[in-house]
Design a protein around this ligand. Structure first.
Ligand SMILES: NC(=O)c1ccc[n+]([C@@H]2O[C@H](COP(=O)([O-])OP(=O)(O)OC[C@H]3O[C@@H](n4cnc5c(N)ncnc54)[C@H](O)[C@@H]3O)[C@@H](O)[C@H]2O)c1
Length: 253
């Protein structure tokens, strides 16, 4: 049990990568708060984890709203007595299309869900971490933040902000034993955002285009990302902060 009894929040855990992270952390002994705005999805993930013998509970919160984020952190402290790890996974993208065709509402939503959420998580979780002498943030960024493709410009920029912000927070909060790390997954064709990244249904032609850029010859899975998150959440990573783990099959273009 690599994260036994740790109190961990996973945002956007009702589906996709976040769901995979919540399941994997629970398998390794964590007490997980499954967060999402989609209540039915989040409750289903909790039911599955509990049925498998894990410990999890649901908390509905919109990560773009300060009051919601405050309540989410408070729920972890109330239910578990402490907060050890916060996985900022909830994310959103505009559909893959030329930069000038993305409207202002889409831009604002992208930055609210992907970047403002990191600000709000920091504001509300740091006091909880301080109360117990430390903690760990794991921010799900993307290869998009370091090797941007055309068509996802505003999303790419938001993930670049996640990466730089995480490194800065790691430097600032290191003296308080608060670690901040990122994970950069490459394309996963099986999540709620996949068709948006691909610019349409993930058909054979779109799959082939993405696959050609991944030397290890397959896409990332939620489990690949979850295993990296498990490491960063565990005490094995006690001296690891300010890094981005690229879970991308050596994507080089
Ligand atoms: N799928 C990929 O190819 C890929 C690649 C790299 C990075 N990522 C990142 O992985 C993370 C998870 O994405 P995914 O692909 O699993 O997508 P997904 O849509 O399957 O899951 C995202 C979840 O976040 C929830 N969510 C959205 N807005 C929210 C909000 N305001 N508050 C709380 N929850 C909210 C959604 O309801 C959904 O359940 C995102 O940060 C995404 O940018 C995905």
């Amino acid at each position: 049990m690599r994260v036994k009894d740790k109190s961990i929040i996973v945002t956007g855990a009702g589906n996709g990568i976040g769901e995979g992270i919540a399941r994997r952390l629970a398998e390794e002994g964590a007490r997980v708060i499954v967060n999402d705005i989609h209540v039915a999805h989040g409750e289903k993930v909790v039911a599955d984890i509990v049925a498998a013998g894990g410990r999890a509970s649901f908390f509905a919160a919109d990560v773009t709203k300060s009051q919601d984020m405050q309540a989410l952190v408070a729920a972890a402290v109330a239910r578990h007595g402490r907060l050890d790890v916060m996985v900022n996974n909830a994310g959103w993208t505009h559909r893959n299309r030329p930069a000038l065709e993305v409207n202002e509402d889409e831009f604002d939503r992208c930055y609210a869900v992907n970047v403002k959420s990191i600000y709000l998580a920091t504001v509300h979780a740091v006091p909880a971490f301080r109360a117990t002498g430390g903690g760990s943030f794991i921010n799900i960024a993307s290869t998009a933040g370091i090797r941007p493709r055309p068509g996802l410009t505003w999303y790419n920029g938001s993930k670049g902000a996640v990466i730089t912000t995480s490194k800065s927070l790691a430097a600032e909060f290191g003296p308080e034993n608060i670690r901040v790390n990122c994970i950069n997954p490459v394309f996963n064709p099986d999540t709620g955002l996949s068709a948006e990244f691909a610019g349409g249904p993930v058909d054979d032609a779109r799959r082939a285009k993405f696959l050609a850029t991944i030397p290890l010859g397959r896409f990332s899975s939620a489990l690949d990302v979850a295993n990296a998150a498990l490491y960063l959440a565990s005490d094995e990573a006690a001296f690891i902060s300010g890094v981005c783990i690229e879970v991308d099959g050596a994507r080089c273009v």
